[in-house]
Design a protein around this ligand. Structure first.
Ligand SMILES: [Zn+2]
Length: 248
């Protein structure tokens, strides 16, 4: 995404005083020219009344598309599953509820940093995948949070499923979560190439998003670490996304 432009000159609050200063200078120059009769006196009203407005008109006619097309990008942050699809469960604990908390925490930190964020709901709301996928269009980066589950209670670790173009970002996201939760990285240093994922083709990733698996809900130790420290992991994920936005 584009961060707010550094150049102050595009803002009217800066332009208008500058214009005023220029006009003062122009008037003084004009006065001086009149005093020395460089410009015959009868032409002065013509210059002030016609030439300057004409220049202003010309300025408006010259297109400056950079100023008009300056749209700020946004981050899409979504929670896996939905209010009606719990995802994986461990006893009474539902994946969908855990990842909603994570989405909310990441969103908090992104907005605190001044980024625009689109989410698939606020509070406990968790719109279904079809709605989440639609939010990806136009975003500079889109992440969805999930938790893994396996028949083996030993299965553990963090992974981010993404297209090859997002390999580095996927690895950075996984590393941020793993270090915050004290987990290990799965796949290629935390990256799972979608084409090599057992899940096959995922709509969210095909639309340009990344799916971060925040650990195994089926692993008691990993679940406990997640519940105790997810806020720290979310802050670390937000930091990776903020740095990514600053580079792009
Ligand atoms: Zn899931």
């Amino acid at each position: 995404m584009k961060l707010i432009q550094e150049s102050a000159l595009q803002y009217l609050s800066v332009k208008l005083p500058l214009l005023g200063a220029f006009l003062m200078l122009a008037a003084l120059t004009l006065q001086w020219a009149l005093d020395f009769n460089f410009i015959p006196e009868q032409y002065a009203p013509f210059i002030v009344g016609a030439v300057l407005p004409a220049l202003g008109w010309l300025g408006r006619k010259i297109a400056q598309p950079k100023l008009h097309n300056q749209t700020l990008g946004f981050v899409t942050a979504t929670a896996g599953h939905s209010n009606t699809d719990p995802g994986a469960v461990n006893g009474k604990i539902k994946e969908a509820d855990l990842v909603v908390n994570f989405r909310n925490a990441v969103t908090h930190y992104l907005r605190e940093a001044g980024l625009h964020v689109k989410t698939d709901g606020t509070g406990t709301k968790n719109d279904p995948l079809s709605a989440a996928v639609k939010l990806i269009t136009g975003s500079s980066v889109a992440v969805e949070f999930h938790m893994n589950a396996a028949a083996s209670k030993q299965a553990n670790g963090i992974e981010t499923i993404a297209l090859p173009k997002d390999k580095k970002l996927a690895q950075d996201l996984s590393a941020a979560v793993a270090s915050a939760l004290g987990s290990r990285l799965r796949g290629n240093d935390g990256w799972i190439d979608q084409s090599q994922s057992a899940r096959g083709s995922l709509a969210y990733i095909n639309a340009g998003g990344l799916i971060v698996e925040l650990g195994f809900i089926s692993n008691e130790a990993e679940l406990a670490a997640y519940q105790a420290r997810y806020w720290i992991a979310a802050k670390a994920v937000a930091k990776v996304l903020i740095e990514y936005e600053q580079r792009n």
